[in-house]
Design a protein around this ligand. Structure first.
Ligand code: NDP
Ligand code: 2IT
Length: 444
């Protein structure tokens, strides 16, 4: 479609050197074509697609800090406040050496549509830093987080922008960030989500992304007269999302045979034990290799390709573009039927196209990992009315939210006759809500 292609070309031209952002814009906008066609004149006139691809505000800043030996380090921090049509900016912070403007923009752009899909009152944002938390002491992490917040605090707040965790940012980092926010502003308020439950954090936030991914998978499988029980599952990564996807999949009767980190993967045909891997990763900050060293019957494959392991359902939970075209071919030839995207944009464009053509059923990250930001938003609500909800209440709410996301996707699919194209359905359902809010608020 000409309008969509023109916008994609302009976005690429105006954001050189940001391949992940280009990939996200191209994938989302091409899938919106049926919905854009319906309102082409209005969308062209109001430049809605151009507007959506341009962040409302983009902040980058220096983050100096001092290590345990007195050496000075310098990293770059980002916060990209992409769209506030639906509510305060909302989205995670990523601390990883690969972070750059293009990666933060792709994540922030995806977040607009994901947040819209939850049906909640949250805009889209993302942030992060080039900092590598791996191997750093708690004191060094605290020093970095305090320096990061010393700039960020002036840009955020419970009704402005509420950051949370992502790769490299978990409960420990959010605690240090929150402490510094409080010191600088004199305010004890919900300017961050993912806090410890002792100081305003929500039950179920730690589990939310992984659990939500499995709840959505269950809905999808029901629709295909199938169940999670009995499935052989490959999960990549061994961080927050991977661990709790593993736990919930196990509780529902599946066997998760792998998890991984950037060094390699572990395999056990009888399944990976949740409590052991959780202790190694969360309490001891260890590696997946430590699990294989401790548990007989588990093999460790240093540098191995996890996508070669045969399975029925694959749940990538590490990072973007972790599934290449070659890996997609391996998954299909090994008989894998379903993919639930835990990580954001885990497949390259070529991999996605191949998987679709091969008939693989894809639950896109925007829907599959939306449980995290959804419970973050429940944390914001609890903070604003000083309320505490129990694990059971929130787990039930999360489950309902994931079912509603599935329904929204199916409604869009039905309206545009998209069959089981969950990617297009999720994008269209999210887009429609944001586009309408932007129109009602006055575009310019
Ligand atoms: P964590 O930092 O807790 O875990 C990340 C895991 O992925 C680690 O095992 C890490 O291995 C691995 N990993 C990260 N980067 C790479 C890389 N470049 N190559 C290979 N392995 C890598 O992050 P999360 O679990 O929070 O996030 C995982 C994914 O889920 C991300 O895509 C994130 O955007 C997405 N997500 C997270 C949400 C959340 O609530 N936390 C919500 C929605 C989406 P290693 O330790 O070796 O680096
Ligand atoms: O990608 C994501 O949705 C997140 N990292 C979680 C964002 C949040 O605000 O909880």
């Amino acid at each position: 479609m000409q309008y969509v292609n023109e916008v994609i070309a302009t976005v690429i031209e105006h954001s050189p050197g940001q391949p992940e952002f280009h990939q996200a814009v191209k994938e989302i906008y091409e899938s919106l074509i049926p919905a854009v066609k319906k309102h082409e004149e209005e969308y062209r006139r109001t430049k809605i697609l151009e507007m959506l691809a341009e962040p409302e505000r983009s902040i980058s800043f220096r983050v100096p800090w001092v290590d345990d030996h007195g050496k000075v380090h310098l990293n770059r921090g980002y916060r990209i406040q992409f769209n506030s049509a639906l509510g305060p900016y909302k989205g995670g912070l990523r601390f990883h050496p690969s972070v750059n403007r293009g990666i933060v923009k792709f994540l922030g752009f995806e977040q607009i549509f994901k947040n819209a899909l939850t049906g909640m009152a949250i805009g889209g944002a993302k942030g992060g830093a080039t900092f590598d938390p791996k191997g750093k002491s708690d004191q060094e992490i605290m020093s970095f987080c305090q320096s990061f917040m010393t700039e960020l605090f002036r840009h955020i707040g419970p009704n402005i922008d509420v950051p949370a965790g992502d790769i490299g940012v978990g409960g420990r980092e959010i605690g240090f960030l929150f402490g510094q926010y409080k010191r600088l502003t004199k305010r004890f308020e919900g300017a961050l989500s993912g806090k410890g439950v002792e100081f305003g954090g929500s039950e179920v936030r730690v589990e939310a992304t992984g659990y939500g991914a499995i709840y959505l998978t269950e809905e999808m499988l029901k629709h295909h007269d199938d169940t999670i029980a009995g499935k052989k599952v490959v999960i990549s990564g061994s961080g927050n999302v991977a661990l709790y996807a593993l736990q919930k999949a196990y509780q529902m009767g599946a066997t998760v045979v792998t998890v991984s980190d950037s060094n390699g993967y572990i395999y056990n045909e009888n399944g990976i034990d949740f409590e052991t891997i959780r202790r190694i990763k969360e309490d001891e900050r260890g590696r997946v290799k430590d699990y294989a060293d401790e548990m007989t019957g588990t093999d460790y494959f240093e540098g191995g390709n996890i996508w070669e392991v045969p399975c029925d359902l694959v749940i990538p939970c590490a990072t973007q573009n972790e599934i290449s075209l070659d890996s997609a071919k391996k998954l299909v030839s090994n008989g894998c039927k379903y993919i639930t995207e835990g990580s954001n944009m885990p497949c390259t464009r070529e991999a996605t196209d191949y998987l679709k053509d091969a008939g693989m059923i894809i639950l896109p990250s925007k829907a599959a990992n939306a449980g995290g930001v959804a419970v973050s938003t429940l944390e914001m609500s609890q903070n604003s009315v000083r309320q505490y909800k129990t694990f059971k209440q929130l787990d039930r709410q999360l489950h309902e939210i994931m079912i509603n996301i599935y329904t929204r996707i199916m409604d869009a699919n039905e309206e545009y006759d998209l069959k089981d194209d969950y990617i297009a359905g999720a994008n269209i359902a999210g887009f429609r809500r944001v586009a309408k809010a932007m129109r009602l608020e006055g575009y310019v």
